[in-house]
Design a protein around this ligand. Structure first.
Ligand code: FPP
Length: 263
């Protein structure tokens, strides 16, 4: 897709359309990863139960996925459930799983229309069988799509991912001298995908919280005070515009980002 595809979807003359026109189409991030945070605070501000924040967060997911696909991102990764989120009350965990299933059922058509390939990263084997079935169905249905790859990080932890990769390396019997960074990355959940160029975190927290620890080594980080349920197209565009102003040096010296292939 392209900036034109996005403009066709945004009301003409709107502030969002003005933001799209400021984007440099040659400097788009290939992979954007998002820590969706602040659902609980969004609900608390409205004197609502926490789960209402998660429910409202679905609208932000919908908007972000479609904006990203129309923009032509290669990969979008959203963190929906961490390996530590099992510590939450069972009712909240159950609601999150129910919302996820409902999202997949309702949004499958949109994923197909936008040529999006859906993929789960994390430890899905530890999820309930009905959730796994729904996830596998969405992965299978979208497997032939050739547009944006949409990763949903579920039962995901960055350290767990590295441990899982080491287990796979050992199981493959790879001789230690043949292991290097590029080879190791083929054993990660994100094998075959570019590392995130841009990591977004909502709700103002300045933490990585065990997200994509290997892959974000050189990512640009953008934090917004906006709570996840309020996150929309314009916030993503703001983040990408800020990204396009950064100098990415990868430990080298100052060079125009475009020359470093940071797209
Ligand atoms: C963090 O907010 C958010 C989560 C742990 C879950 C994110 C889930 C969704 C947006 C809904 C389901 C997702 C998909 C992809 C269908 P928090 O609860 O930690 O908020 P707080 O820090 O304000 O308490």
């Amino acid at each position: 897709m392209s900036l034109e595809q996005l403009l066709a979807w945004i009301p003409p003359g709107s502030p969002d359309a003005a933001l799209v026109r400021q984007l440099n189409p040659d400097l788009l991030p290939a992979h954007v990863a998002i820590i969706m945070d602040g659902n609980g605070r969004w609900a608390a501000k409205r004197h609502l139960p926490r789960v209402e924040g998660h429910r409202a967060g679905i609208d932000a997911v919908r908007d972000t996925v479609e904006t990203s696909a129309r923009l032509g991102l290669q990969v979008l990764t959203l963190w929906a459930f961490s390996v530590d989120n099992w510590k939450r009350p069972r009712s909240e965990v159950n609601t999150l799983m129910r919302l996820l299933k409902r999202y997949l059922r309702l949004e499958l058509a949109t994923l197909m229309t936008n040529n999006i390939r859906f993929r789960v990263i994390g430890r899905p084997d530890e999820l309930a069988p009905d959730v796994r079935r729904e996830l596998q169905a969405a992965e299978a249905e979208t497997a032939g799509n050739t547009g944006m790859e949409f990763n949903i990080a579920l039962n995901y932890g960055g350290r767990a991912e590295i441990v899982d990769a080491v287990r796979r390396v050992l199981a493959a019997g790879l001789p230690p001298e043949e292991l290097d960074e590029e080879r190791f990355s083929r054993y990660l959940y994100t094998a075959g995908q570019p590392d995130p160029d841009l990591l977004i975190r909502t709700s103002g927290e300045m933490r990585l919280s065990n997200f994509l620890l290997w892959q974000i080594a050189y990512s640009e980080i953008w934090v917004t005070d906006t709570l996840w349920p309020d996150f929309r197209c314009r916030h993503l565009l703001d983040a990408i515009l800020a990204f396009q102003k950064r100098d990415r040096r990868y430990g080298g010296i100052k060079t125009p980002a475009v020359a470093l292939g940071a797209k």
